[in-house]
Each structure stands twice: as C-alpha cells, then as structure tokens.
Design a protein around this ligand. Structure first.
Ligand code: SF4
Length: 414
C-alpha cells in the first residue's frame, strides 16, 4: 500500500463508508462534558448527517478503518477483487482524528466500520480498540456507533457494546439465498447468532443497570442492521417479512434499507441499474407502519401487488386502504386511536391532535384539514360532524382521485 497522508486516507475511507446507510443515532443515553469533565457529548452536524426519529440532526465522522478486505462480496466496492485505491488507518489515527474533529466542532460522534483485514478477530480487535481508547484514555462522551464483524469471537463483539452507544451487525441481503449467491464467505446463521448474543448482552446490561446504578452501560442505543435492496431477486414482501422477523427475534432498534447502487467494476452477477429510490422510501414507510401504526407484517404485505412489490406511486398505507375499503369510513369523533392510525394521510402526530381535540368538541372536516397536508386524501376515508363520503369510498376511480399527481417539472420554473 503506497504511503498516504492522513488527508488522503480520510478522502478514501470516508468515501468508502458512504454506502452504509445505518448511522442514525437515535435513542442513546445522555452523556456530556459539562463541568469540565471529559470530551464530547452524545447530545445535540458536518461529515455525515444522521436524522433521529425526533427530527434532530447530528453529525458523525463516518469512516472505515480500512477499505482493504479479504472477502469478496459481489455488491461491495471494497471487495478483494475490486480495483479501488486502498487505505488504512491505525486505531490511534482514528482516535486522534475523532478528537480533532470533535474539538473543532465538526462532529458529535463517530460511525466506524471496516473491511476485514487479516482475520475477523484482528479487525474486531482494532475496532474495539478505537472505541476503548476514546472512552478510557480520552474520556470521550460523544456518540459511537460500531459496525461489528459477525464471525469474530463473541467476546470481542461483546466488548464493542461496552464502549459503543450503538452496535450494528448487517444481515446484508434480505434472503439467505441472496447472501449465499452474493456474499459466499458470509453465513446467515453466524450473523443471526451474533445478533442473538448481542440481544442477550443488551438485556443483561439493562438488567444490571436497574439493579446497580453504577453498572456500566451496554450499547444504550441498542443494535441495528442494514439490508441492501435491489441487488438480488427479493421482493418487497420478502423484505417486509424479513425485517419484521428481525425486529421480533433480536429486539432491533432499526432496520435500514439501502437501495443497491451500481459500483465501478461491478460483478457480472449484479443488476446494471439501481432500483428506484422510491422503492427504498416505500420500504421505510412500511417499516413505520409496523413500528408506529399498529400494522401487522401480514397487513403490510397485503398492500403489495401479486408479484410481491409495493406500489411506487402511492404509499403502502393508502394502498392498503384502497384494498380494504370495507374498513372505512372511520368516524374521527368516535373511533379508537388504532383505527384513526389506519386513515391514509393522517400521521401519528395528527392522530394525537385529533384524540386530544375531540375530548372538548366534535370535529368537522375543517378541523381535520388543519392537521393534515392533504384533506383530499383523507376525505374518502373519514366521517366528521359535517362530512360523510357516501359513495366516494367505493368509487372505482378512487385511486386516481387520491394518488399524488406526478407533474412534469418545468426547467425554468421559478
Ligand atoms: S466483508 Fe464487508 S467490506 Fe468486505 S467485501 Fe464484504 S461487505 Fe465489503
């Protein structure tokens, strides 16, 4: 490997990390350096902007320790057979870089991943050493997200949780067949085994914390995973099913969906075109339906077409409502919250506002219009004091009436 200076390494290793989407930093414990103790804070932009569910934007130094790898995953630009320029940081270089960026107020934390160098254990040791040194040698209190190597020694993976706020173990592809075809050196049972161990360790850490206030935190922001969408033949239905299984079995905080992007010198087994970005967006919407709107995975799957794909032109909640019109209209003045959450066009905040307001007075269509972006989308599905959709809910052309209009943008529009 040619001798590179820190700036050159940073350019290569930050660029190589951009393919990883799973860096939102929601839900960690609060830690700060007010009072002159330590460096950094987990509260609070810069290199990689991650958005937490509460809308907070935080910045992370998002890099790889190295983009050299002994594995040859077909979808990865850093695979052994890829013809990219390679670089490698030492653990101490990453520590110094993180502290320097933090002190200049460029970042609020670190997102660190790595190609596999020498062996999985050796790589995991290096990743853990970065986090350990930041916490123990420098009392760094900022956010740390470590990507772990599933086939590394479980004790090493566990050590990651002692220092990191969040750990993630990527399942990579939605199906075992996809993983076998595109990442033959990886093993689905090993990945799931590591997730299961991590779940156990996180629960144990929480338990200890309840019993002994002084017990150390263990991965307080939990574990997450990422799957690549569009690199294999998995349908949206397969992906929804897989995601819900992962949430149930491993208590994940988040599943991230990353639309496959064609890479230079791509392997011939990969598609030449990336899937539409809207597909990724629809999968995130379906994920939210399961996590925040009370939809069961089978119900989200019902929104898909016979080929198992979610529509791209309308969101999955609207697609479900159009298929199950006998569940509507819903009376916003009387229906329980779980039915209000089924109404297309009403988000969780709008539903909360409706539930609050109706305690004091009966709601009209204008009242509902005030809490939604598009009352036209909501109208066919609700009853208010002054509105009843009568036959509108059952109209054959309802989809055309409520689907968002796609407009040709004018090149010189103001
Ligand atoms: S192990 Fe990770 S870095 Fe290495 S080729 Fe596979 S996905 Fe890329």
């Amino acid at each position: 490997m040619a001798q590179l200076d820190t700036r050159q390494k940073l350019a290569i290793l930050a660029d190589a990390a951009k393919y990883d989407a799973s860096c939102a930093s929601s839900g960690t414990s609060k830690r700060d350096s007010r009072g002159g103790k330590g460096v950094g804070s987990s509260e609070g932009m810069g290199i990689c902007h991650a958005y937490a569910p509460d809308g907070r934007c935080i910045s992370l130094l998002k890099i790889l320790l190295t983009n050299s790898c002994i594995f040859d995953c077909a979808y990865c630009i850093n695979r052994k057979s890829s013809n990219v320029r390679r670089a490698r940081f030492t653990a101490q270089e990453v520590v110094q870089l993180t502290l320097a960026f933090y002190k200049r107020n460029y970042i609020e934390g670190l997102f660190l991943s790595s190609g596999i160098i020498r062996s999985s254990n050796y790589t995991m040791e290096q990743l853990v050493e970065v986090a350990r040194s930041l916490r123990e040698d420098h009392d760094f209190r900022g956010y740390i997200h470590l990507k772990t190597i599933p086939d590394a020694d479980p004790e090493l993976v566990r050590q990651a949780g002692l220092h990191a706020d969040r750990v993630s173990i990527n399942v990579e592809l939605p199906t075992v067949a996809g993983l076998t075809d595109l990442a033959p050196e990886k093993s689905a049972p090993q990945i799931e085994g590591a997730m299961s161990d991590m779940k156990g360790a996180i629960e144990e850490g929480k338990d200890n914390k309840k019993r002994f206030k002084s017990a150390p935190s263990f991965a307080p922001a939990g574990q997450s995973t990422q799957m690549i969408v569009g690199a294999d033949a998995a349908t949206d239905r397969d992906i929804v099913r897989r995601a819900s299984g992962l949430y149930d079995r491993f208590g994940l905080r988040r599943v991230y969906y990353s639309a496959f992007s064609p890479i230079p010198d791509a392997s011939a087994v990969l598609p030449l075109k990336r899937p539409p970005l809207m597909r990724e967006h629809r999968l995130y919407q379906s994920d939210w339906l399961m996590r925040f709107y009370g939809f069961k995975p089978a119900e989200v799957e019902q929104a898909a077409d016979p080929a198992g794909m979610l529509p791209l032109d309308i969101d999955p909640k609207l697609a479900w409502a159009l298929k199950f019109r006998d569940s509507f209209p819903v009376d916003v003045n009387r229906a329980p919250k779980e039915l209000l959450l089924r109404i297309p066009g009403l988000g969780t905040k709008a539903v909360d506002r409706i539930v609050q307001s109706r305690r004091w007075r009966k709601l009209s269509l204008d009242d509902v219009a005030r809490v939604t972006v598009s009352v036209a989308k909501v109208r066919p599905f609700i009853v208010t004091t002054d509105w009843r959709p009568t036959l509108l809910t059952d109209r054959a052309d309802l989809r055309t009436l409520v689907a968002p209009r796609t407009e040709q943008l004018e090149l010189f529009a103001a």
